[in-house]
Design a protein around this ligand. Structure first.
Ligand code: PSU
Ligand code: MN
Length: 311
């Protein structure tokens, strides 16, 4: 196939992979710049890419460098995103501003999925999807990740949404937005740091090939009503999860601190994540890194299965 993506800079290795039907997995960059603490973030970003390679796919980490959306980063660009203080968090609506002002930026799930789709990539791995925040009834704080996924045909592998969010409300919104949620070897929605959020899922699959079949059929049959993404929910194993008691205590404290300090808007998610990483003495970081790598590995297998199954 020939790759579109006018306006993007696509790494030659990614173009080569797409043109030769080699699986490609898109990776977001906000998790690097705003989701993981320095100095671990650069090492982890490289390890996530390596995990994708070990699983037989080509990683395409996506970020904006000097205003240019880049699909697949050179190592010095990955370093810039991880280490520079001038990297802004970019949702879909910020991409135009970043281009005009020639900013460096890290892309959220929404912006990453949007740019990945422009490059004809259809599988994307992250840690946790954004969602409906607690108190959204008053604040209207709902991540643009949800509406983006309602219109972008992208398979997103994640470990659920973080417990800092309103999980049942997020699941309701995904239904409204026509985004199917498939449990991978689970019948409940994962709880990010925890294996189980306590909320049931309707559909579950045991094999990447089945997930690929469902996704391909979704894209074929749901169109033209919708061309939505699909969420693949891959839980962290129970024996690897964060201690639930520690989790609940820190979550409470973090939410109280955010409210007290008046943290709002796009700062909320990074603030709460940072609080967790600091207050759990690295335990949440350990779980976070592990689950992202597991998602990257599963995404690579789904990407391969989609290529095998596609007509
Ligand atoms: N989940 C994580 N780590 C992260 C994020 C989510 O485990 O860093 C980031 C993602 O980039 C996601 C964004 O798209 O937070 C959501 O931010 P907001 O709630 O402001 O939409
Ligand atoms: Mn928000």
């Amino acid at each position: 196939m020939t790759v579109d993506g006018e306006g993007l800079r696509i790494h030659p290795e990614v173009i080569e992979a797409l043109e030769s039907d080699t699986p490609v997995v898109a990776l977001e960059s906000t998790i690097i710049s705003h989701g993981l603490p320095r100095p671990d973030n650069l090492r982890v970003a490289r390890e996530i890419e390596q995990t994708v390679r070990d699983a037989g796919a080509v990683p395409a980490t996506i970020a904006v460098v000097d205003g240019k959306p880049c699909v697949g980063l050179y190592d010095e660009e990955l370093r810039l995103i991880a280490e520079s203080d001038d990297v802004v968090k970019l949702g879909v609506r910020d991409l135009g501003v970043a281009a005009a002002k020639k900013l460096h930026g890290a892309t959220t799930v929404a912006a990453t999925a949007s740019l990945a789709a422009q490059a004809d990539i259809d599988v994307f791995a992250t840690g946790g999807l954004g969602g409906v925040h607690r108190h959204a009834r008053d604040t209207w704080d709902e991540s643009a990740d949800l509406t983006a996924l309602s219109r972008i045909p992208m398979a997103v592998v994640c470990a659920g949404v973080k417990s800092i969010l309103d999980v049942p409300a997020t699941l309701e919104r995904l239904e409204t937005l026509n985004v199917p949620v498939y449990g991978y070897r689970t019948t409940t929605f994962p709880g990010f740091y925890l294996a189980d959020s306590g909320h049931a899922l309707e559909w579950s699959f045991d094999f990447a090939e089945e997930v690929a079949d469902a996704i391909l059929a979704h894209w074929q049959l749901a169109w033209p009503a919708v061309s939505s993404g699909a969420l693949v929910a891959n839980p962290i194993p129970v024996e690897e999860q964060l201690d639930p008691a520690l989790h609940d205590r820190i979550l409470n404290d973090a939410l109280t601190a955010a409210e007290k300090q008046g943290v709002a808007g796009k700062d909320v998610t990074p603030f709460l994540l940072e609080y967790f990483h600091r207050e759990t003495g690295g335990e949440s970081l350990r779980a976070n890194v592990l689950l992202v790598k597991r998602n990257a590995e599963l995404a690579a297998r789904i990407a391969a299965a989609i290529i095998d199954a596609a007509p």
